[in-house]
Design a protein around this ligand. Structure first.
Ligand code: AMP
Ligand code: ZN
Length: 461
C-alpha cells in the first residue's frame, strides 16, 4: 500500500514519493540546549523516531539529521545568569539529552550538527540572500530577511498576507503568527552577548535561530530533501522562515513533506520549559515509569492529536507493556525448533494502518486484538508451530517500530559479538571456527539459524 502523510504545507494527506527511490532524507529540529528536554519535547522526538523506524520496516534507507541549537537568546541568557561559559552550559544539556534519548530507546540520528560549529555556512547563506536582494542591513547593523520579497511567505502557516498589516522587523527569534515581520538572519553584537560572537562581513554578531536549520539541513541533506519535522509550535515562525531563506538562497524547492506533531499538554496547557510546568525523563523514571511505558504513552495517540499527560496513566501503560512481554516470552517458550520467514495476515493490516499517516492507535489496536486471539489459541493448544513462528516474527516486527519489549528479551552484547565473529569466520570460509562460535552462542542460551536475510537468533528457554 502507498504511504500517505498529512503535509502541513498542502493541508492534506498526500501519497509519499521519495526523491530517490528507496531512500528518505529527514531533518528534524533538535533541542535548544539551555535546559533539560522534557517529556513534551520527547513526544516530538519519539514521533520522529517512529517515523524513522517505520521507513526502516518498509525497507527504506534513512538518512536523519537533527540539529542542536547551542546558541540563541535563551542559551546566552542562561549562561550569563549561571555565570558560566556558554559551551559549558550547552555541553551539560547535550550530554543529558543523549542520556535521555538512550533511555527512551530512540535510535540516534546519523548526525547532530551543532549551530556553533556551522556559523561559516550560515554567513555564506546570508551573504547570498543579501547579494540577491532578499535581505538588508538595518541601522543596528543586524541583517533582516525582507518577507515582502518572497511571494510564498505565509503558505506553510496559512497566513493571508494580503490581510496582514506588516509591522516592524523583529530581532527576537520567536514571535506570534498574528504578526509576520521581517526576521533577523544575523544579530549584531550587543554588550549582553558578552564573549559570544563571530566575525562576519557585517561585523561582530551571531546567527538568528532560523538560519541555523536552513544552513545545516542543506549541508547534510542537500538543497532539496524529502521530509522536515518538528512540533506544531515550529510551524510559525521557524519553519515558515526556513522555507523563505532556503528557497530564496538556493532558488530550488526546499522540502517536499512537512510533518508536525501536536503538543503534549499538562493540566490543559502546553508543557514547556519557559512555563516550568514540565517533567523531565529522570523525574518520570524516578516515579517508576519504565522507558517502555513512556514509549507506549507517547505513541498510543496519533501524532496529530494532543496528549494529555498524567502520571496516573502509569499503571495502565505498565499493564500493556507487560502483556506484550508476557506474550513474547510465551511464544519463545512454545517454539524453539520451527522458524520461518512468514507473517500472519494481521501484519499487513498493521502496516496499512501505519502507511495511513502513521496511525499508531489503529496499528496498536490491530496488534493487541491479534495478540488476544493468539493467546486464546495458545491456551487451547490449537496453534501450529508454523503459526507460532509467524507470531514471533510479527512481535519482532512490531517491536522494531514500537520497541516495547524489555531489555531482557533482547540480545546481550556478548552474544551479538559472537554472532559478528561467526559471520567473519564464515566469510573467510573457516567453518570449524564458525561452529565453535555457534556452540559458544548456544552455551549462552541462544540458537542461530542462517536465513537469506542473514543470521537469525532465538533465545533457548
Ligand atoms: P525546543 O527545545 O524548545 O526548541 O523544542 C524542541 C522540539 O520539541 C521542537 O520540535 C518543539 O516543537 C517540540 N516541543 C516543545 N514543547 C513541546 C510539547 N509540549 N509537546 C510536543 N512537542 C514539543
Ligand atoms: Zn529548526
Amino acid at each position: 500500500m502507498a504511504i500517505k502523510f498529512y503535509n502541513t504545507l498542502t493541508k492534506r494527506k498526500e501519497r509519499f514519493t521519495p526523491i530517490k527511490a528507496g531512500e528518505v532524507k529527514i531533518y528534524t529540529c533538535g533541542p535548544t540546549v539551555y535546559d533539560t528536554a522534557h517529556i513534551g519535547n520527547f513526544r516530538t522526538f519519539i514521533f520522529e523516531d517512529l517515523l524513522k523506524r517505520f521507513f526502516v520496516l518498509k525497507g527504506y534507507k534513512v538518512q536523519h539529521v537533527m540539529n542542536l541549537t547551542d546558541v540563541d537568546d535563551k542559551t546566552i541568557q542562561r549562561s550569563v545568569a549561571e555565570g558560566i561559559n556558554i559551551t559549558e552550559l550547552t555541553q551539560k544539556y547535550i550530554d543529558l539529552f543523549f542520556e535521555d534519548l538512550d533511555t527512551l530507546k530512540i535510535i540516534r540520528a546519523d548526525v547532530y550538527p551543532k549551530a556553533t560549529e556551522h556559523v561559516d555556512i550560515m554567513i555564506k547563506m546570508i551573504e547570498k540572500l543579501v547579494d540577491n536582494g532578499y535581505a538588508y542591513q538595518s541601522d543596528d547593523k543586524s541583517i533582516y530577511f525582507n518577507i515582502a520579497k518572497f511571494n510564498d511567505y505565509g503558505k506553510l502557516a496559512k497566513l493571508n498576507m494580503a490581510e496582514q498589516k506588516k509591522s516592524e522587523r523583529i530581532a527576537s527569534d520567536d514571535y506570534s503568527k498574528d504578526n509576520p515581520q521581517d526576521f533577523v538572519l544575523w544579530k549584531a553584537w550587543k554588550t549582553e552577548d558578552g564573549e559570544v560572537f563571530w566575525n562576519s562581513p557585517w561585523g561582530k554578531g551571531r546567527p538568528g535561530w532560523h538560519i541555523e536549520c536552513s544552513a545545516m539541513s542543506t549541508k547534510y541533506l542537500g538543497e532539496h530533501f524529502d521530509i522536515h519535522c518538528g512540533g506544531v509550535d515550529n510551524i510559525f515562525p521557524h519553519h515558515e522562515n526556513e522555507i523563505a531563506q532556503s528557497q530564496c538562497a538556493h532558488d530550488n524547492k526546499f522540502v517536499n513533506y512537512w510533518l508536525h506533531s501536536e503538543h503534549l499538554m499538562i493540566d490543559s496547557g502546553k508543557m514547556s520549559k519557559s512555563l516550568g510546568n514540565f517533567y523531565k525523563i529522570s523525574d518520570l523514571t524516578a516515579m517508576g515509569f519504565t522507558p517502555e511505558t513512556l514509549r507506549y504513552l507517547l505513541l498510543n495517540s496519533h501524532y496529530r492529536t494532543k496528549i494529555d499527560f498524567s502520571v496516573d496513566k502509569k499503571q495502565e501503560a505498565k499493564k500493556v507493556v507487560q502483556r506484550v512481554n508476557d506474550f513474547y516470552d510465551r511464544l519463545m517458550n512454545s517454539s524453539i525448533n520451527k522458524q520461518n520467514e512468514k507473517l500472519p495476515q494481521e501484519f499487513n493490516l498493521f502496516v496499512a494502518a501505519l502507511d495511513d499517516d502513521l496511525n499508531t492507535p489503529k496499528a496498536l489496536g490491530i496488534f493487541f486484538e491479534w495478540l488476544r486471539r493468539t493467546n486464546i489459541e495458545l491456551d487451547n493448544d490449537s496453534i501450529t508451530e508454523d503459526k507460532i513462528a509467524q507470531a514471533i516474527n510479527f512481535v519482532e516486527k512490531f517491536n522494531s517500530v514500537f520497541d516495547l519489549l524489555l531489555q531482557k528479551s533482547q540480545i546481550p552484547q556478548e552474544v551479538s559479538d559472537l554472532v559478528k565473529k561467526r559471520e567473519e569466520a564464515r566469510a573467510n570460509r573457516d567453518w570449524n571456527r564458525a561452529d565453535v562460535y555457534r556452540d559458544e552462542i548456544k552455551a549462552l542460551g541462544w540458537t542461530i539459524e542462517d536465513t537469506k536475510d542473514g543470521a537469525k537468533l532465538k533465545a533457548l528457554k
